[in-house]
Structure formats: C-alpha cells, structure tokens
Design a protein around this ligand. Structure first.
Ligand code: ADP
Ligand code: RBF
Ligand code: MG
Length: 425
C-alpha cells in the first residue's frame, strides 16, 4: 500500500453503494442465512466474503459454489428476491455517507456511483432516502451506473469505466471508494486509485499482501467514511469540523483526525445509560487516564452501530445534576490488541474517587478520529490528551453544546427508564 497521490491529481470520485453508503450487508446476510438454511446449509464468512460487492446472480453462484448447494443460482436468487424486496428501503445509511455526498455536491467535485445493484433495486433502495436520492441520482449531471447496465460485473472494471466515461474523466484521474474486495479489484483493473473502507470485520487483511489482485490500486484503508479526508487527494476540505478553523486555539493543532483537525458532528447521536463496571484495570494505572467501562448489555447496541473511533460527548453520573464533557474510545484499542470491542469514556472532570456501580448516562455526538496504533505508551497518552483538548473546544460549539441539555441526560433515573436508546437528532 502506498500513501502517495501517485502522479495525477484526482479529478473525481466514484462511489460504491452497498456497504459503502448503505448498510445493505446486514439485511443481505439475514436473507442469505434464511435461503441457504432451506437448502440445509449454514452461511459462512467465506461465502459472504466472496459474494460481497458482486451482482445478485453472481453472488448466488459464488455462495452455492462455496457452500456446495446444488440448486441453480437462478433459483436461489428467485427465493431471495421476495424476502429482500420489502426491506431494501429500510437499509440504514452508513456513518459519514450522507455527509460525504452532501460535501461533494456542495463543493462541486465530480462524482458518480458505480454499483453492482440492478437499476430496479437501486430505485427501491432510494425510495425512502429523499436527500440521498436527490444528490446521487436527480442532480443535473448525476451519474449512476448499475450492474445491469454493463456487460460484466465486479471484479471486472466495466462499471467503473462506464462511470468515468459518463463523468468525462480519464480512469487514472478517478478515485474509487469501495468496501468489497471484488470492487477494489475491479477499480484497480480499470486503472483507478482506490480508498478501501472494509464493511466486514476482519476484512482489512484482504488488502494486504494476502490478496495482491485486490490491493494493487489501494492507496488508503479507512475504518469508515468519517475518516476520509478530501485534502489528501487535493479536494476541498469538509466545512463542518468543530471548532471552526478560525475559532480553533493556536495550541489545538493536530487535534482531530476526522478529516483535518476537528470534531465531526454526528447525524445520529448515540444515547447510552448503564452501570459502571470493572474494566481491564489499566486505564488509571498504565495511562493515568481512567476510563469508565459500562455494563456490556447497555453498550451492545451502540457497539453494533458505531464505527470504531474516538468520540466526544456529554456524561452525567448517577443523580448528580452536573453534566460533564467526555471523550471516549469505541473499538479494539490496537495499541493493546484487545480481543473485544469496547466503549470507554474518560470523563473530563476530577471526581476524586471511583464510582463503580453508579449509573452513567452518555450522549455521544461528535466523531474525533479513527483508532490508531502508537509506537509508545507516551505517544498514546499524548494523543488522548489532544483528543480531550479538541473535544472540549468542539463541545462548546453548536450543535454539540445544546446537547448538554438533552432530555436523555435530564431524565430522572427511576427504575423504569430505558437502559439505552438511539434516536436521530
Ligand atoms: P477499569 O479498568 O476498571 O475501568 P480504570 O483504571 O480505567 O479501571 O479506572 C476507571 C474507573 O475510575 C471508573 O470506573 C471510575 O470508577 C473511576 N473514575 C474516576 N474518575 C474518572 C473519570 N474522570 N473518568 C472515568 N472514570 C473515572
Ligand atoms: N487505544 C488505542 O489503542 N488507540 C487509540 O487510538 C486510542 N485512543 C483513545 C482515545 C481516548 C479518548 C481514550 C479515552 C482511550 C483511547 N485508547 C486508545 C484506549 C486506551 O487504550 C484505553 O483507554 C486503555 O486500553 C484502558 O482500558
Ligand atoms: Mg477503564
């Protein structure tokens, strides 16, 4: 993998749809489980991996081959279609997707979509996504190339080459954003550079030396679209970062990694309430940074929904009226190579004593940066302090500042109150 821009400036962006913009993978996996179980099989990760990103019939051919199902792919596809048709419009947007598309449109960067999805399914997927549909498909000059509009599907380059042609761009000036190995391979075969944003846990290794075909065009691997920074490719920076550049303190440089030095306000705020439990016991001891671990049941939904990274938010402990700023990490803590995904808030307040067993309420509203590895404990600690600085400043800015008064934090802590709750702002 090379981080150089290579020779050509980026002239435009080609986006994949499924697994990059829309979380259709969860839905497809559920339906695929149901269909293969009718044929006496269990869906494996390997079957998911090979099928990912391809056109529907080719997905089923791969799944049948990997699992040894004798029924023809056409039949499996026909079985899956009614199960999926009713659900396409429910597929959630992935974190950072709408923000990126809004930004590309507003800053007049050429962009289009190259998807394996057939046109009729694309329409179904967009049916309740009015803003996204407007930006992707209904804007003057919009380019959406669907899987049934080209001869060969991914991992062939056809869909990408057609998107470039319609955008009026040479392949070498296109940057492709893709989650699936088949898509990365197709984009590389088209002679394009690729930012890989893996959608399946553990797929990072796909883009290393283990799979050269899927790696040749990869210039960067990101945990989510929230970590994408357009200036890396000579494109205009996001304008929603907090604190706004003019208001940033002079010593705040290097704070955020979420696209260039600031905190990204989240479209979907996460609200969590749970009891504080014992963690790894190394926060205070090894780092001098205590992190309050919550009861696993209380954080399960947030762990499933949130992409890994460092976040900012508001915290309230027990029935105390005070609401404090907090910074937290959600992920695998690469420095410590944890085996479980955790959510660990460092509350930016001196309590003077521990508070195990108390109820902690959290409103998580800003994305700071992706998780990282560090060459030393000192470097990790220094970075966490920078995260705290940038989060403190960002939480003083609208729209994060208002969330200090979020009703979820104000709710009286009676036994009937929900343990966790998610809602759009
Ligand atoms: P553990 O691994 O058990 O979580 P830590 O060393 O990370 O232990 O310390 C976290 C504990 O320290 C919390 O559960 C809480 O009881 C206490 N604590 C004290 N001050 C803070 C703070 N500002 N933020 C988070 N936890 C704190
Ligand atoms: N651990 C990492 O391995 N990489 C990180 O980038 C990282 N960032 C963190 C940022 C914040 C704000 C906090 C509170 C923790 C972070 N940690 C990170 C987690 C740290 O390793 C964790 O608190 C310890 O493992 C203690 O359990
Ligand atoms: Mg801890």
């Amino acid at each position: 993998m090379s981080l150089t821009l290579k020779t050509e400036p980026v002239g435009g962006i080609i986006l994949d749809l499924d697994g990059l913009i829309l979380d259709t993978e969860t839905l497809c996996v559920e339906v695929a489980r149901e269909v293969v179980s009718r044929h006496g099989k269990q869906l494996t990760l390997e079957a998911q991996r090979v099928a990912l990103g391809k056109r529907p019939l080719e997905c089923w051919a791969d799944v049948a081959k990997v699992l040894g199902i004798e029924a023809p792919a056409e039949q499996l596809l026909a079985e899956s279609e009614p199960l999926l048709a009713a659900r396409w419009s429910d597929a959630p947007l992935l974190p950072g997707a709408l923000r990126l598309v809004r930004h590309l449109a507003a800053s007049r960067v050429s962009f289009g979509v190259a998807t394996s999805t057939p046109r009729s399914t694309f329409v179904a997927k967009m049916s309740r996504k009015d803003e996204l549909r407007g930006l992707l498909a209904e804007r003057p000059g919009a380019v959406v190339v669907c899987g049934d509009e080209v001869d060969r599907g991914k991992p062939h380059p056809d869909v990408f080459l057609e998107a470039a042609r319609r955008l009026g761009l040479e392949a070498r000036r296109c940057l492709v954003l893709e989650d699936a190995p088949s898509g990365v391979e197709g984009a590389a075969a088209a002679g394009m550079r690729v930012v890989a944003v893996p959608s399946l846990v553990g797929m990072h290794s796909e883009y290393g030396t283990a799979n050269p075909a899927a790696s040749s065009g990869v210039v960067e691997i990101l945990p989510s679209l929230l970590a994408f920074s357009p200036p890396t490719y000579g494109l205009p920076p996001f304008t929603d970062l907090l604190p706004p550049p003019a208001a940033a303190s002079s010593d705040g440089e290097g704070g955020g990694g979420g696209g260039g030095g600031g905190v990204i306000p989240m479209d979907r705020v996460l609200r969590i309430r749970g009891k504080v439990v014992k963690g790894f016991g190394r926060g205070s001891k090894e780092l001098g940074i205590p992190t309050a671990n919550l009861d696993p049941a209380a954080v399960a939904a947030a762990l499933a929904e949130a992409v890994t990274g460092i976040y900012a938010g508001w915290a309230r402990l027990g029935s105390s009226p005070e609401v404090h700023k907090t910074v937290l990490s959600i992920g695998w803590n690469p420095f410590f190579a944890n085996k479980e995904k955790t959510l660990e808030p460092w509350i930016l307040h001196s309590f003077g004593q521990s508070f195990y067993g108390e109820t902690l309420s959290l409103v998580i509203c800003g994305y700071v940066r992706p998780e990282a590895n560090f060459s030393s404990l000192e470097a990790l600690v220094e970075r966490i302090h920078l995260d705290a600085d940038v989060s403190r400043a960002a939480l003083d800015c609208a729209p994060l500042a208002e969330l200090r008064d979020d009703p979820f934090l104000r709710a009286d802590l009676n036994p009937g109150s929900p343990a966790a709750e998610h809602s759009a702002r």
